[in-house]
Ligand binder design. Sequence first.
Ligand code: NCD
Length: 317
Amino acid sequence: MMPRSLVSSSDLSVDDIRLMTANARKLLPLIQSGTKKTLNHLSGRTVATFFCEPSTRTRCSFELAAKILGAHTIDVSPEQSSLTKGETIADTIETLVTMGVDAIVIRHTEDGLPQAMAEKYGKRIAILNAGDGITDHPTQGLLDILTLIQQFGSLEALQGKKMTILGNITHSRVVGSHLRLMQQLGVDITLVAPDFFMPSVIEREKWHAQYCVNFTEEFEEGLENADIVMPLRIQSERIDEFELSLMGRYAQGYQLNHLNVGMRCKPGFVILHPGPVNYNIEITEELANDPNISRIRQQVACGVALRMAALHWCIEG
Ligand code: NCD
C-alpha cells in the first residue's frame, strides 16, 4: 500500500478530520491512564523525527505516539547529523528512505519544505508536517479540534462556536492551520492583534474572502461572546528587533487575565494555547493554569492521541 503524507491542512476533508479525531478519541483513555501498554498497530514500522527547529510538545508527542503504537523510532537531530557537513535535507531524507524508514516527521523554518519533500518522496515514505515556517502545523489544528470535541461533546457541536485567536498573527503557523480546518467545521474565527502583528490589508481581505474570518485591533470587542479563546506566543525567533521591542506594549494592551475574559467571553468559555506559553506576556500565569478555564494540559494529552491516529492514517491508511 502507498504511504500517505500529511503536509497541508488544506488537503484534509471534513471526513478526514472526523476519522482522525474519532480514532484519537478512542486512544485518549490509554494516554490518560498512565499505564502505557504498547499496541502493535505499527509494529515492525519505523518512524523518524527530524526537527530543524526546537520543539518539546510536538517532537516528544510524535515520538511517544510512535512508540505506543509499537514502531521503532529514530530521532535525527540536525546538529548531530551530516547536515552540519553540508549534506542536503533531500539527501538526508533519501538516506532514511533507503534504510527502510516508513515515516518522517519534519519541522523546518522554510515554508513549504515538507510539501516539497512529500512531492519528491511521498510514493516511498509518509511525510508528516510538524510545522513549516509560518505556513502550517496540521496536527496542531487537529489536536485542538480533538480538545474541543472533548469539551463540547462532538465535532458537530463546534458548528457556530465563536473562537478568538489573539497575538502574533503575522508569524503564526498555527493560525493558518486553524483557519483552514475550523472553517470547514463552521467555527466562526476572529483574529485580534495590534497593527504591528496584524497582516496587511490585502492579506486580510484575502483571508476574509477565503475563510470568512473577522479581524479587529480592539481587544475587548474581539473577546465579546467568545466560546474559545486562544492566545499565541509572540514568535520571538521570527520577528525583528523592532517588533520584539513591542512585546511590552502587546502585553499591556492584549494580555488575557481573569478579569478581561470573565467580563467579555461567553459563560463556560475555555482557553487553548498551542504552547509553549510565555507567562505574563500573552496570558497571566494564573489564568493559563486555571483548571476551570484552561484546556492547555488537555491539549497536550490530546496531542499524543491525535499523533497516534495521524501516524496510523499515514502509514497504514
Ligand atoms: C507552536 C509551534 O512551535 O509552531 N507550538 C507547538 O507546536 N506546540 C507554536 C509556537 O511555537 O508558538
